[in-house]
Every structure is written in C-alpha cells, then in structure tokens.
Design a protein around this ligand. Structure first.
Ligand SMILES: Cc1ncc(COP(=O)(O)O)c(C=O)c1O
Length: 473
C-alpha cells in the first residue's frame, strides 16, 4: 500500500493547474523528476527565513556576514552528513553535478599514461570532463551488476595499475538501474585506482554512505534533490585535491597573491573561488536534512511501489517498448520508466501528454547519447546520418525515447493518469493535429489555446525564445 504524497514533506507547486491546448486547465502531473524536482516547501521556507540575514560570507565583520557564514558552513555540514562524508573529506559547493565533475577532473593529478575507466551508460557530465584528464576506457553496457563487476575487474587487471580513476554513475538516468557502488569501490581500490561516483540520480533516491561504500569522490545536484537554487556538491577526500591547481582561479581560493605567484588556500575554499552561492548551499543543506528525516529507505520503498505500478500499467499497453539495461525482477531500479511507442515520434508522445493531459515527461536522448543509441539499436551508419542532420541544424529525425520519472510527491494516481493517457494515445492517436518544428524537433499542437503565466519583473513569456536548450537532448 503506497502511503500517498500527503505523508511526505510537501513540495512547492504540487497542486498547480496548467492549461491544456484546448483552453481548459488541469492539475499538473510532474513525471520529469529525474531531470529536476520541484522545491521542497521546507527549502523555500528556509530560504525565505535566511534571505533577510543574507550578506557576504567568510570575510565580512558585520553581524549579517557572520550569520550568513554560519548558515553556509552549517549547510556544508548537513550535506556532508547526508552522504556519510568522513572527517577527512571536503564538501565543496558547486553549481551542479556537471560542475562538480569538471572541477574534479581538472584538479586530480594522475601519473602520466594513466587511464580513466568508465562505462558507456554514463551521462555526458560523467563522460566528457574525464576526456580532458587523459585517456578514457569505456566498458560496454553490462548485462547485469555481476557482469559489470566482472568486466571492470578484467579491465583493471589488463591495465595493470594504469587506471587512476574509476568514474561511474550511481544509477542510470536513462533506465534507472542502481549500480553496485560499494563493490565497484572495492574493485577500484584493489587495483590502486580511486572511485568517483556521479550521484546526480542516486542522491535523491537512495541512502549514500561514502564511508561504508568507500567512495572517494561524489558529485550531485541540488535541483534534482528538491533544492533548485543553483547549488550542487562535490564531496572528495581532501588529500586527493589538497595540492591541486583549482579549475577556477580568483578571490576566496587563495592565501596570498603577488604579481608573479599565487599561494592557493586549503580545502574546501581552494575549489570555491568567487562569491559562493550561499542561498543555494542553504537550500541544499535543508533538502539534505529534510530527506534524511523523511527516511531515504522509506523514499526508496515508495518509489519502488510506484515503479511496480507503472511497470504493470505499461506491460498492458500494446506497442510500448521498455528500454532497460537489466531486466531481472530483483534489479534495484529508481522510479524511472523509459520507453518508445511504435509508430509515434518520441517528441509527439511527450507533446501530446503535455498538451492534452497536463503530464510532464522528458523525451530525447537524456544527455547519454552513447547509451541511448545502443538501447535503440542505432548502428554506425544511422549515427552518421544523425550527425549530418544535426550539422544542418535539423532535429526532426533525432532518435530518442520518452522517460517518466518520479519523486516523493508522485502518487499512484499520477501513475494511473500516465497509463490512461498513453492508452488513449496509442488506441486513438493524438486528439489534436501537430506540426513538427524542424529546428527543435518539437511537436506543436495546431490551434493551441494555452497561455503563459505572468511573472512580475520579467518580460512576457510570449516574447521569450524557446530554442535555447537544444543541446539538452
Ligand atoms: C546521472 C546524471 N549525471 C549527471 C547529470 C548532470 O546533472 P546537472 O545537469 O545537474 O549537472 C545528470 C542530469 O540529468 C544525470 O542524470
């Protein structure tokens, strides 16, 4: 029996009504939570409480500066506690997971000729930054957790000590499988490598204990953890980066500067050049404490039950093809269902769910192109033609899938609404006619009666572009 959203910490905007293309309104069903979650009410309230006290941190002598500094540092403590950081770890506030991994890859010193071992299922954020550090070996998508460990072990053995970093995701953002992080850490360490975990998806949904799992570096984002105020965290063994040349050079990261020298300061300030995002850090700290109090195991249980319901619903629909890495019943999977619909473009499915049913899902390639192309069976020739279309600025034929993903605010009813909407879409087709925008690949309903909300202090949304963000597919 699922406990229902009301027993969970409340989320901001949970009862929001949004327009449908026919001009009516309906409660928004947010099933795009793997991309970004709504804010926790507790986070919004803490931010409002902190704002009057907001001032510069660390060097200000004024009382507000001192309060702000303590707020910032207590948020650091809360974030460290949330992931089981050890006393010799540093919690660095960054913008998001991408920022965290870029900082890390820029800072780590590895012996020349060493390699980063990763997998082909990674998000681009845990793939591209490592290419700058040195050579990267990608393990193919594994058939099971055991197969992943086997292939990792074999690669580490074959590299004979040349793998400096094992960089892996904690859970797939495309298909939701939870990775055997602790076992991968053991393997990495046995072969003299460190392990860096992309916890963008894991952190909001599963307990993380860096000490028990023996994880060296961990990256995650506030906006996926109910704290969308622009902060994320890199938690790292201090010794690994204590002598590093930071990626960002500037004030706050130094002890002393002359015209021809710089003495970098200690961690974590060394990696936090510039004025930090104090409010974002507070938001992340409060989210961490609120999720811990709600119980990460309870959250995982709630999402597993929702997933089982979604699985049953999707299994009953003709023409829906699930994309999964591992299919065994005992696989631990986040609240993520990714699928294609026979004969229907992924962008059309997503557009119709939004315009006709007020359901928000994500579609496209989920910033994991190597993985999604394999899941969709796109061969090298087809991949080349995608590349050619993109160079021409044409996105209409871009392959992809639809992803529905859950949060602590998702209810059984939300899942049923999704399944009902898909059933209608598959059985009768979209209610409306759509045209596809060649540039974005998006489908737009004809005769769309939706209007935009007004926000004080900003130009009307009608005048705002919608094409920036094409690189997010
Ligand atoms: C597994 C994974 N890693 C990294 C990222 C990047 O996160 P951000 O955009 O917050 O930097 C995402 C975002 O979807 C993700 O799902």
């Amino acid at each position: 029996m699922i406990t229902g959203a009301r027993t969970w910490p409340r989320l901001c905007g949970v009862d929001l009504e949004v327009p449908l293309a026919d001009g009516t309104t309906r409660r928004y069903v947010n099933l795009d939570c793997a991309a970004s979650t709504p804010a926790l009410d507790a986070v919004v309230s803490a931010v409002n409480q902190a704002l009057p006290w907001y001032s510069s941190v660390h060097r200000g002598a004024g009382h507000l500066s001192q309060v702000s500094t303590r707020l910032y540092e207590s948020a650091r403590q809360a974030v460290g506690d949330f992931v089981g950081a050890r006393p010799d770890d540093s919690v660095v506030f960054v913008r998001n997971t991408t920022d965290a991994i870029n900082h890390l890859a820029a800072c780590l010193r590895v012996p020349s000729g060493s390699t980063v071992l990763t997998t082909e299922i990674e998000h681009h954020a845990n793939m591209l930054p490592w290419r700058r550090l040195g050579s990267v070996e990608h393990l193919p998508p594994p058939r099971s957790a055991a197969a992943l460990l086997e292939s990792m072990d074999a690669a580490l053995r074959a590299a004979a000590g040349r793998v400096a970093v094992v960089a892996v995701t904690g859970a797939s953002n495309v298909t939701g499988e939870v990775m055997p992080v602790g076992a991968m850490a053991q393997l990495a360490h046995r072969h003299g490598a460190i392990i860096s975990v992309d916890a963008a998806q894991l952190a909001p949904h599963r307990t993380i204990d860096m000490a028990t799992m023996d994880v060296d570096c961990l990256a995650f984002s506030g906006h996926k953890m109910y704290a969308p105020f622009g902060a994320g965290a890199l938690v790292v063994r201090t010794a690994l980066v204590a002598d590093a040349e930071p990626l960002l050079a500037g004030g706050g990261a130094v002890d002393f500067v002359t015209v021809d020298d710089v003495l970098w300061t200690g961690m974590p300030d060394r990696l936090e050049a510039g004025s930090p995002n104090v409010i974002g850090a507070i938001a992340l700290g409060v989210a961490a404490t609120t999720l811990s109090a709600a119980g990460m195991e309870r959250i995982a249980g709630h999402e597993r039950e929702l997933l089982a319901r979604a699985d049953r619903g999707l299994a009953g629909l003709r023409g829906v093809n699930r994309l999964r890495l591992w299919d065994h019943p005992d696989v631990d999977r986040l609240g993520v269902v990714t699928f294609t619909v026979d004969g229907m473009h992924h962008a059309l499915v997503a557009a119709a769910l939004s315009a006709e049913h007020a359901i928000g899902v994500r579609h496209g390639c989920f910033c994991a192109h190597p993985y999604i192309t394999q899941l969709l069976g796109i061969d090298a020739v087809a991949a080349d033609s995608v590349r050619i279309s993109l160079r021409r600025g044409e996105r209409a034929g871009i392959p992809g899938a639809v992803r529905a993903s859950f949060s602590i605010g998702t209810t059984e009813h939300d899942i049923d609404v999704l399944i009902g909407a898909l059933d209608e879409l598959i059985t009768h087709g979209p209610r409306l006619a759509y045209r596809q925008d060649e540039h974005t690949g998006d489908f737009l309903p004809l005769g769309d009666a939706r209007t935009w909300p007004r926000f004080d202090g900003l130009p009307p949304l009608e005048t705002a572009g919608h094409t920036a963000g094409c690189g997010q597919f």
